[in-house]
Design a protein around this ligand. Structure first.
Ligand code: SME
Length: 163
């Protein structure tokens, strides 16, 4: 992405965090903004830990609806990140054994964990219909977004996300 366009995107995102949106609206607007402004983002969603269960639950998204609103820890790219606490870039989803397909057009995926008080409580998940779509720049952008979301959760006391 061009430097100017990326700067504009950061400004747009910062404005979302500063506006008085409730948590659901904020997450949805972030998903919509990222999907609209970044060409290689075709599905954007936030999953969070579902109470005390060892599973993730979809909280907000932009793109086609998915059948996978609940993902057990360990399953798929998302479930693996819930356990590894590490960023995960998949250049070609068809080369992955442990992968949950949401849409036949998806070719690559990135999942970045979201930390709250140093605990991995969820993640942002992005699908692309392009192979090898994601780089360090995406990791940086999405790590930034997750940090801001974590700060919002702290400031507005919206944790736990799901009871
Ligand atoms: N592909 C993910 C599942 C979530 S969908 O992409 C919306 C996975 O393997 O965990």
């Amino acid at each position: 992405m061009q430097k100017k366009k990326l700067e504009k995107l950061y400004t747009t995102l910062n404005k979302l965090f500063e506006s008085n949106l409730n948590f659901n609206e904020l997450l949805t607007r972030i998903c919509e903004t990222l999907k609209k402004e970044v060409e290689h983002y075709d599905w954007v969603g936030f999953y969070f830990k579902n109470g005390n269960k060892k599973e993730l639950k979809l909280k907000a998204f932009a793109g086609l609806p998915t059948d996978h609103e609940i993902i057990p820890f360990g399953k798929g790219i998302c479930g693996q990140v819930a356990e590894s606490h590490q960023n995960f870039i998949v250049d070609n989803v068809h080369a992955q054994d442990n992968y949950i397909a949401c849409n036949i057009n998806v070719k690559s995926e990135i999942v970045i964990p979201l930390f709250y008080n140093e605990e991995n409580i969820g993640q942002i998940d992005i699908d692309s219909n392009t192979l090898n779509a994601f780089t360090k720049a995406d990791e940086e952008l999405l790590t930034y977004v997750n940090k801001k979301v974590s700060n919002y959760i702290k400031a507005k006391n919206t944790y736990p996300i799901f009871n």
